[in-house]
Design a binder for this molecule. Structure first.
Ligand code: TXA
Ligand code: MG
Length: 392
């Protein structure tokens, strides 16, 4: 695979000529966006789009997001750009270019595999200057899922892409290296009607921002595990506090008990966004999340580290530990002059990958409140931890 180096802030057409030409002839090119790196292909070329699924090892029923560089390009991806809901147009005006994907009726010109078995397509206009210039030079809409092997944490730098995909990409394919991604979690995926917005995946644009700009109710799709995390926190606080952090298995069993209690009596239809049902963002180590009162979070982590004294552990937390447990490495966000959710969002996938390379057995994460970017971060943590999230 190739690596094309470009300036993250001021790319030149010369730097992007070669990867744009590769996209035009049906090759795959990974590129930076403000959220995560995407694995791009011409969205009008069925063979190229199918190749994305092979290279990622992606389930064939999981649709891809199509990236455009200008509003004029909407006509290439949706059949009646003038007939979309007014609230969707307002969302584009307010948040594009940026980390928002809007589900729209799909144009028959798109490669069928972009939206397998669905009449809709997720569309996004990324804000990253490298992504914008690359899409513009390629001259076609670009289908791009995150550029990781399926199930792995999304890549936030070119090295992460190479780590996952070097063995799968051809010699004339590759990654445009445009530095590290700013946001660090993927775009928010929404469906919009005149009356309401439904969030299929929380991401770089928050629920609160959507509500403020669009002036209509914004609700979370019930398939998002976060509903359950919140309900679980509210109704099982006392019980969750008593969970002995002896081993991940015991923790897991206790937690799945709690989650099952939440699901009782709920008949959920198939998820409207197929990505919701897959295991995602998972490193090889077990991930366990505690959130709530900082002192209790730390106590739970310390007890876990003590009870697993022979295992190498990594801890991701909000503020520095006066003394990190002997078998642990402690990473904290304290130096960053921004909210914890923003730092965690930007650093989470990189940390999960780094700690995997270091061979730790367990990654303990201090979670965040379910608001702003915190909702997206906790959604990813819920999946990475396979539901091992405890409110204390
Ligand atoms: O930030 C991002 O969105 C990144 C960058 C590269 O743009 N892309 C990304 O793509 O995260 P991917 O394929 O990893 O995630 C796409 C998500 C999936 O959960 C999928 O189910 C959902 O979007 N999706 C795509 N098209 C959809 C549609 N027509 N209806 C419902 N959900 C859709
Ligand atoms: Mg992905």
């Amino acid at each position: 695979m190739k690596v094309w180096h470009v300036s993250p802030t001021n790319p030149t057409p010369e730097q992007l000529e070669d990867p744009a030409a590769a996209l035009q002839v049906g090759k795959l090119v990974a590129f930076p966006t403000e959220t995560v790196y995407g694995l791009g292909a011409n969205a009008l070329d069925e063979a190229a789009v199918r190749r994305i699924f092979r290279v990622k090892g992606r389930p064939a029923d999981n649709p891809l997001i199509v990236h455009i560089a200008s509003i004029e390009d909407l006509a290439l991806v949706t059949p009646h750009p003038d007939a979309i809901p007014a609230a969707a147009t307002r969302a584009m005006a307010a948040f594009w270019p940026g980390p928002l994907t809007i589900v729209l009726p799909a144009s028959p010109r798109l490669a069928p595999s972009v939206h397998p078995g669905m009449e809709t397509v997720g569309v996004r206009m990324p804000a990253h200057p490298v992504a914008q210039m690359l899409i513009g030079l390629a001259g076609c809409p670009i289908a791009a899922p995150s550029a990781n092997r399926s199930g792995r944490p999304s890549p936030t730098c070119a090295g992460d892409v190479a780590e996952d995909l070097a063995d799968y990409l051809d010699a004339d394919e590759g990654v445009v290296d445009g530095g590290s991604c700013e946001v660090g979690v993927e775009s928010t995926v929404i469906a919009v009607t005149e009356e309401e917005v439904v969030i299929y995946r929380p991401g770089g644009v928050s629920r609160e921002e959507l509500e403020r700009e669009l002036g209509i109710p914004v609700r979370l799709d019930p398939h998002l595990q976060l509903d359950h995390v919140q309900a679980h926190a509210d109704s099982h606080l006392a019980r969750a506090q008593r969970i002995p952090n002896q081993s991940p298995d015991a923790t897991e069993a206790a937690n799945s008990d709690l989650l099952e209690a939440e699901y009782q009596g709920q008949e959920l239809q198939a998820p409207p966004s197929p990505g919701m049902k897959y295991r995602h963002y998972a490193p090889k180590a077990t991930v366990i999340v505690w959130w709530g009162d900082p002192a209790r979070v730390r106590k739970a982590m310390r007890e876990f580290a003590l009870a697993n004294a022979t295992s190498p552990i990594a801890i991701i937390g909000r503020t520095p530990w006066p003394s990190c447990p002997a078998n642990a490495v402690c990473w904290t966000a304290a130096e960053a002059h921004e909210p914890y959710a923003a730092t965690l969002s930007r650093e989470l996938y990189r940390l999960l990958r780094d700690f995997d390379r270091q061979g730790v057995a367990h990654i303990l994460v201090e979670g965040v409140e379910l608001e702003g970017l915190g909702l997206a971060v906790m959604n990813r943590l819920s999946k990475a931890s396979e539901g091992r999230i405890f409110h204390v």
